[in-house]
Design a protein around this ligand. Sequence first.
Ligand code: FES
Length: 79
Amino acid sequence: MPVDRCICHDTTFAAMRPFIIELRERGHDDDTIFDWLRSQTGCTSGCGLCEPYVKLCIKTGRTRFAPIPSGTTTQKSRP
Ligand code: FES
């Protein structure tokens, strides 16, 4: 089953995508886009499991991902 959303806040990566594009066009980098998405959608602020997928979405534009095996990423890298 692909990962396509932040489950805690029921926000799909596809719904985040237009904001990513707009922020990128305004010159924001990956980190500031991540911070904006987190503040506006709450993504990554619950269990934190969606963080690597949100970062991949920002970096690649993809909105569906194969699950990343547990123990291969760090979670909740930000307070
Ligand atoms: S799945 Fe996004 S914070 Fe839990």
